[in-house]
Ligand binder design. Sequence first.
Ligand code: GLN
Length: 486
Amino acid sequence: MSDDLLFESALSLRERVVSKQISASELTGLFLDRIAKTDATYRAFLLVDRDSALAQARAIDGAIVRGDDVGPLAGVPVAIKDQIVTRGLRTTCASRMLEGFVPPYDATVVDRLRRAGAIIIGKTNQDEFAMGSSTENSAYGPTRNPWDPNRVPGGSSGGSAVAVALRQVPLALGTDTGGSIRQPASLCGVVGLKPTYGRVSRFGAVAFASSLDQIGPFANTVPDTAAIMNVIAGHDPNDSTCVPAAVPDYLSGLDGGIAGIKVGVPREYFVPGMTAGVESAIQAGIDRLRAAGAELVEISLPHTDYCVATYYIIATAEASSNLARYDGVRYGYRAKEPKDLYDMYSRSRDEGFGSEVKRRIMLGTYVLSSGYYDAYYRKAQQVRTLIRQDFDAAFQKVDVIACPVSPVTAFKLGEMVEDPLQMYLMDILTISCNLAGLPGISVPCGFSDNLPVGLQLLAKPLGETVLLRTARAHEMAYPDSARRAG
Ligand code: GLN
């Protein structure tokens, strides 16, 4: 069986499976072999569920032989970030706190993928509880960049980005609270979409910052991204933040082009510290949109400077509340032989959480504490409204915003872990999208010193259709889209 199949799109592999050119079992075996060959170096996976993946594939093959209806992702292997619960499959959020935790249910997105015929192949590495931008905050060791194993893949969904870039799987899911899908997609050279807040159910995504968290896909092409969105998007009675709006078919009209679409370029997003290589790759990406018929408009998002501070108050405040549930009592890690109840609480949390998670809990507890609440938390909520209004005003004038994802390409492992503030500043271009609840996508747009650069596109809430169409127009005009990592 040819390894070239690994490089085909999920949509084309699904076609091959339903037309019986290849069985789902053979295809799953190919991807499992690819994981076995590459993952000792890159460590994208925390868990590979070989036996169950093959059993799922055999069930799809049986359904095809019987002539049953099989779903839109029949036979396509998908990897799931370890932040998302999977029934019977260990889910740790890359934390010691949840070391042996086996969830009793599937997240809604996982359930929908299974019903669509996808093969759930395993769980991917990440920063602990999704806190980080490099996947170095995993309690189980870092994941490595597919273009240079001495570099980070970005984070926090680094494992999912790497798995897709290395063709260990055609599709993966991540979560994005402040850039955790788009930034690793950019640093690994794949497509990553953060949907509109509420577009995809978060039932079963372990909560980090509930007013910001979203689940979204990684893929190698924009049509594959649209195809998995067709499966995972839509209302879910189990998630009260999930919007009831009908889901359009994201594949239809995808190739319709962008003639006449207005694309805003925010001048504040070309920040000091951005490398020349990133800037020229982004410029080339924007030029492709213009060549495809878009009208470029210079816009301003005046509160951009306040995004990092606002995010790190709101996200840590919500995290301190969400992570209070890990107390050693009901589930998760419990300290051995505690002296008393207080000792059990404090040592369980001290031994179970890593240092970045503790830093966030302390920051969040501080900004919520009486006497500081008004100065920090309430103020941050007010600034968040101003940031959202910047986008409301911009989207009066334009359909899509184009800007960089990250000011730099993949940095070296260890280069930034000791400097949390520097790491937080890396998020400057991705967090506004979460603060405003917008959909955002990263698409490969070039290379700088042989490391990939991603172009970020943003649209108004529920604007995934125009977002994906613009991303597709760029992809069709980008000559390097087939360059292979690993
Ligand atoms: N890097 C950001 C943080 O550390 C975003 C993480 C995320 O999106 N989960 O909080």
